[in-house]
Each structure stands twice: as structure tokens, then as C-alpha cells.
Design a protein around this ligand. Structure first.
Ligand SMILES: [Zn+2]
Length: 138
């Protein structure tokens, strides 16, 4: 297993209420971008279901220059009427918290939760991931 010390949260940049699945995102990344696999390690559906994406042992393709030692989690949503917005459902919020806590217990070296926007000039994931989830990895 590669060393993991950080979780980076993303959104799928899709419209609120539209339930895309990991298979859809994988298709965009593989057929659209020409990548080998989906870029994220986990996808959280609107109903809170946690889907596995790229195997955690393989580095992701989600945050330029920050894929080596991180796990990428993507919640489905992030747009409201075409504009960036925190569209997480209550179920998605719960699953994000749970998943981050599980990952911390699996990889105690995780000491940071951040959002894509902390590393790029983007809105993704459309909320302050560190402010909300950093407490779980202290
Ligand atoms: Zn992102």
C-alpha cells in the first residue's frame, strides 16, 4: 500500500438532484479524458451510498500534484442551476463523515482533509472540507 496522509474531497460538478453513479464518472474519465480508470477512490451517491472507484493502492487522478499520498472522494452534485453550490444531501454529509472516519482508522497517518479548491483555482467541492472534516483526522 502506498503511504496515505490526506483526504481530498471533490464534487462531480453535476446538477443537484441528478444521481450519477461511479460508472458514469468512470465513463467520463476513461472515454472522455482517456484515463485508465475513474480518477476518484470513492463516489458518494445522492442517497449516501458509498461506491468504490479506483483501488486505494493505486494513486488517483483528482488533484494535480497532490495524487501521490492522498485519497480522492467525490460526492455527486456541486451545481445548482449551473452554478457551483454545496448540494450535499443529508445522506451524503453522513456518508462523507463516516467514510472519512473509517479511512482515518485504516490509515492513521492521515492528518489532513482538504478540498480540491485548496489546491486549484476551482470551486470544487463547493464547501470548506477542512473546516467540516479536519476534526475527524486529528
Ligand atoms: Zn475536484
Amino acid at each position: 500500500m502506498r503511504p496515505i496522509n490526506e483526504i481530498i474531497v471533490h464534487c462531480s460538478a453535476t446538477e443537484a438532484g441528478k444521481n450519477f453513479k461511479a460508472a458514469d464518472i468512470k465513463r467520463w474519465h476513461v472515454q472522455g479524458n482517456g484515463w485508465k480508470d475513474i480518477g476518484y477512490h470513492f463516489v458518494i451517491n445522492l442517497d449516501g451510498t458509498i461506491e468504490v472507484g479506483r483501488p486505494m493502492a493505486t494513486k488517483g487522478a483528482h488533484t494535480t500534484n497532490h495524487n501521490e499520498n492522498t485519497i480522492g472522494i467525490c460526492y455527486v452534485g456541486g451545481l445548482k442551476y449551473g452554478k457551483p453550490a454545496d448540494t450535499r444531501t443529508e445522506a451524503q454529509k453522513k456518508s462523507l463523515s463516516t467514510l472519512i472516519q473509517i479511512l482515518k482508522s485504516c490509515f492513521p497517518a492521515i492528518v489532513k482533509v482538504s478540498g480540491h479548491r485548496d489546491y486549484a483555482n476551482k470551486a470544487c467541492p463547493c464547501f470548506d472540507a477542512g473546516a467540516e472534516y479536519q476534526k475527524f483526522v486529528k
